[in-house]
Design a binder for this molecule. Structure first.
Ligand code: GTP
Ligand code: SPV
Ligand code: MN
Length: 633
């Protein structure tokens, strides 16, 4: 990648503390050039052209300003095993597991790293020492880009200002899509010197010239990858990976890990949640948030087309992250800190998510999708019938001629599109409101092939927090796990907690004891039940999910009846042929005593082992109560 043609080397636009920080990092990383980004179209086009010229991205002939990047096959997803939160005190971040810490066996990981099921911790000073070595000279032969950016709307008291330093032009163009970029964001800082600005440093970790064997169009350093966070210093430092959540530091690193830690301190919530506006056929509008683990349906629900129940309207505020605060009237309000979508490509089709498909045909960067010979994109589940001719003209994400007989997917299962939020045709009119939108329901969910019903309502706030704590879901390709094992993923935040999960639970519970707040109702949904014989999904999902949203909506307006079960309230199927319609397979609301007793055991083991002494009593008593209720079933 050649040096940026019209580099802006003027650091005067930076607040004093940030300028000092940048100068220090330039000295450390020794780039051959540096450039302060302004986020303009011109700058973006220059970067895209330079990347195209050097083969980092390919232009898609069929669409306007769309590109494909394909990565090193070792750098395709978030790496949870190398993601670390660093502080002085370990217990601020993780609990000591009941059976102790597992020894570190990977020779490339620091031996004093403490790894747990709920996140990894290391001492700040020790980690900084290691990082200092990795970053010394790591940008030699490359340009360092300085990206001033903001998470959240302009003029919002809830937005946060940040800067990311990176040697990856792919990160620069992606951050411009995903966040609000430009030095004008510094007008929004709340301090005079910039001490509230979150500092992010990222390098792909391959200085030039290199004697290592690297992928020329996607250099990266998987052995040395570390994605580190310093909540006490308002800092993120990420080394070695160029992919998604590892490198676009505004997303998981800032908005969730640093964000949740700030939220705890400042009394709000930073969550892995979509935000949707729902208008019912009578014209009444409500906003919901929903937390599903990675690749479990947030983008799809946020853009739901209500085919199941015409008359409903769904509008999108955000598809991945919600920052929520109780306002002066005690209403929970949510902003979307992001400015774009980094959405899963496979499975996106005209029938599943036409809204997403329509918005990615302009100004979009695709990563690890396949390409057809006529300059179109292709992925599994795109909905096109592949005839023999078409098939032989597909180039896979590995840049090879692809055919179905190869027995491997054409697009990587975690391949993604990166598109500005402004191209979403069902963008909510309030999406950019600095005060956020009022939230009336919180929906949790996951991929559960058996046992967990289509929908249930929590009895109250405390029970709802317990439901969030008990979330489990099949592993997906969004992180490095192989296979489909059912993993615990409380609040869909397991990879994203910025502080001790026990304190996180206490923080959520504390809102239940607050006076003068209107607590949203809490629900759990599961679109992914399968028939045990055929393995087919029992629920058609996508646009049909509006039926479940409708039940939730009508519960909030006291128009829908429910049926009390040990795990929560489910739709009452005896009333008017069932409010979910006669399409409903009764197996979707089945609650098996045996399944739930086993579920309780797994949850008890998990919480006792991993949250151990930090587990709030309220959660223990919720678990005891659930077991008691089950015993009477
Ligand atoms: P992240 O961006 O990783 O946080 O993922 P996400 O939660 O936004 O997931 P997304 O909506 O992108 O969906 C992931 C995969 O699940 C895609 O392949 C979808 O097609 C599929 N999916 C989403 N909703 C449904 C549904 O209702 N039913 C079924 N069967 N599949 C779904
Ligand atoms: C997720 O994994 O939840 C994502 C994708 O949204 S990434 O940005 O890579 O974290
Ligand atoms: Mn996500």
């Amino acid at each position: 990648m050649e040096a940026f043609l019209h580099a802006n080397n003027n650091l005067d636009v930076l607040p004093s503390k940030i300028r000092e920080y940048v100068e220090e990092k330039i000295k450390l990383c020794q780039p051959s050039n540096f450039h302060v980004c302004n986020g303009s179209d011109e700058e973006n086009q220059q970067l895209l052209s330079a990347m195209e010229l050097s083969g980092v991205i390919r232009r898609l002939r069929k669409y306007k300003n769309c590109y494909i990047a394909t990565t090193d096959p070792r750098d395709v997803a978030r790496v949870e095993s190398r993601t670390v939160i660093c502080t002085k005190n370990m217990n601020d971040i993780i609990s000591t597991p009941k059976s102790g810490f597992a020894p570190i066996t990977d020779p490339n990981l620091p031996k004093n790293l403490k790894t747990t099921q709920l996140g990894n911790w290391m001492d700040t000073d020790e980690m900084l020492e290691i990082l200092e070595k990795r970053f010394a000279g790591c940008m030699r032969g490359r340009t360092l880009y300085i990206i001033p950016y903001m998470m959240g709307p302009y003029s919002s008291p809830y937005s946060k200002i940040a800067v990311e330093l990176t040697d990856s032009p792919y990160v620069v163009v992606s951050m411009r899509i995903m966040t609000r970029v430009g030095s004008n964001v510094f007008n929004e800082i709340k301090t005079s010197d910039g001490s509230d600005v979150v500092k992010c440093l990222h390098s792909i970790g391959v200085p030039l010239p290199t004697d290592k064997r690297v992928n020329p169009t996607w250099p990266c350093n998987p052995e040395q990858t570390l994605v580190t966070h310093f909540p006490e210093r308002n800092e993120v430092i990420s080394f070695g990976s160029g992919y998604g959540g590892n490198s676009l530091c505004g997303k998981k690193c800032l908005a969730l890990r640093i964000g949740s830690s700030l939220a705890k301190r400042e009394g709000w919530l930073a969550e892995h949640m979509l935000i949707m506006g729902v208008t019912n056929p009578e014209g009444v509008k409500k906003y919901f948030v929903a937390a599903f683990p990675s690749a479990c349906g947030k983008t799809n629900l946020a853009m739901l087309r209500p085919v199941g129940l015409p008359g409903y309207k769904v509008e999108c505020v955000g598809d991945d992250i919600a920052w929520m605060h109780f306002d002066d009237e005690g209403r929970l309000r949510a902003i979307n800190p992001e400015f774009g979508f980094f959405g899963v490509a496979p499975g996106t089709s005209k029938s599943t998510n036409p809204i997403a498909l329509d918005m990615v045909h302009e100004n979009t960067i695709f990563t690890n999708v396949a390409e057809t010979s006529d300059g179109d994109v292709y992925w599994e589940g795109i909905g096109e019938v592949i005839d023999g001719l078409h098939e032989t003209s597909i180039r896979s994400w590995k840049n090879k001629r692809w055919s179905i007989d190869l027995g491997e997917p054409a697009a990587h299962p975690n391949s993604r599109f990166c598109t500005t939020i402004k191209q979403c045709s069902i963008l909510d009119p309030e999406w950019n409101n600095p005060q956020g939108v009022p939230i009336e329901a919180i929906i949790f969910g996951g991929r559960r092939p058996e046992g967990v019903p289509l929908v249930y309502e929590a009895f109250d706030w405390q029970h709802g927090v317990f439901v969030g704590a008990c979330m489990r879901s099949e592993a997906t390709a969004a992180a490095e796990f192989k296979g489909k094992q059912i993993m615990h993923d409380p609040f869909a935040m397991r990879p994203f907690f910025g502080y001790n999960f026990g304190s996180y639970l206490a923080h959520w519970l504390s809102f239940g004891a607050k006076t003068g707040v209107h607590l949203p109702k809490i629900y759990h949904v599961n679109w992914f039940l399968r028939d045990s014989k055929t393995n087919e999904f029992l629920w058609s999902g996508f646009g049909e999910n509006i039926r479940v949203i409708d039940w939730i909506f009508r519960r909030l307006t006291q128009q829908a009846s429910g049926c009390k079960t040990p795990i929560g309230i489910i739709p009452d199927q005896n009333v008017s042929n069932g409010i979910l319609g006669n399409k409903l397979n009764p197996a979707l609301l089945d609650i098996s005593k045996e399944f739930w007793i086993n579920e309780c055991k797994a949850i008890r083991n998990y919480l006792e082992e991993n949250v151990n002494k930090d587990l709030p009593d309220e959660i223990c008593s919720e678990l005891n109560n659930l077991e008691k209720r089950l015993s009477t079933l």
